[in-house]
Write a protein that binds this ligand. Structure first.
Ligand SMILES: O=C(O)CCC(=O)C(=O)O
Length: 253
């Protein structure tokens, strides 16, 4: 099975690249919706935090139907299930434009899972490239194998050993959330956009109530990914429900 082969790669180097997966029309729709979301979130950031976090938007589900479409299409579902050993949920759904000549928190060397658990993959990042990722526009730097290490590399060690992951728009980069990484600096005149999703095992609390952002009947996949099968019961009636109606269903880890 292909996902089994990739499992070895992600276990050892911490990441796998899937080039040119999304159609051009989906990629274009996501670019437009991300531009709008960045403008909207920028206004909120200024109003509430007193500053704009350059080129960043958070919790995109609910900020444009195309973001729900992307989730519904279940990209890399087999791989996510293999690496997270069963059903998984969305932990966060953000976007980055990496604007020219600006610094943002994503340029710092960081990892997205703050709690380091050795030998246990709790969360995976899915980076959806919406523009071509190139050395000059700040393709993401990843330090292969660093998901196995508890401590942060020094900047000198990081930039001596890390590599920039370059690929065409529409490519998907999946990596263990323990890996040390950084957005590159954009030295061109145009934005380099990407969506930054994380998926976790269902028992990890998501960063946002994504179920509350969607309306109407959802597919089984979307219910799973948005955490409908991993909710916290609020009454004994909800707790004493048959397995198929439980708030926290069997098989969710
Ligand atoms: O935009 C990038 O290149 C990296 C984004 C990132 O660091 C993150 O989502 O944690």
């Amino acid at each position: 099975m292909k996902s089994e082969k990739h499992l070895k790669t992600i276990n050892s180097q911490g990441w796998v690249l899937f080039e040119s997966q999304l159609s051009q029309s989906l990629t274009q729709g996501l670019r437009q919706a991300l531009d709008q979301a960045i403008a909207h979130c920028g206004e909120l950031q200024l109003e509430n935090l007193g500053q704009v976090l350059p080129g960043t938007a958070h919790h995109l589900l609910g900020q444009g139907p195309v973001f729900q479409t992307l989730l519904e299409q279940a990209w890399l579902d087999a791989e996510l299930q293999t690496w997270l050993e069963g059903p998984y949920i969305l932990n966060s759904f953000g976007g980055v434009a990496n604007p020219p000549a600006q610094s943002a928190y994503v340029h710092q060397i960081h990892r997205d899972q703050r709690t380091f658990i050795p030998n246990f993959c709790l969360m995976l990042n899915l980076l959806v490239m919406l523009d071509d990722f190139l050395p000059e526009n700040g393709a993401t730097w990843l330090l292969s194998g660093s998901h196995l290490s508890a401590s942060a590399p020094s900047p000198a060690d990081f930039f001596a050993q890390a590599q920039q992951i370059c690929a065409p728009a529409g490519s998907l980069l999946l990596f263990d959330s323990r890996i040390w990484h950084a957005a590159g600096h954009n030295k061109t005149q145009t934005v380099r956009r990407g969506l930054t999703l994380t998926y976790s095992r269902p028992f990890l609390k998501p960063q946002f109530d994504y179920l509350a952002q969607v309306k109407g009947e959802l597919s089984t996949h979307l219910n799973q990914v948005l955490g409908y099968y991993a909710r916290v019961p609020a009454s004994l009636e909800q707790w004493y429900a048959p397995p198929e109606a439980r708030f926290y269903r069997p098989g969710q880890g």
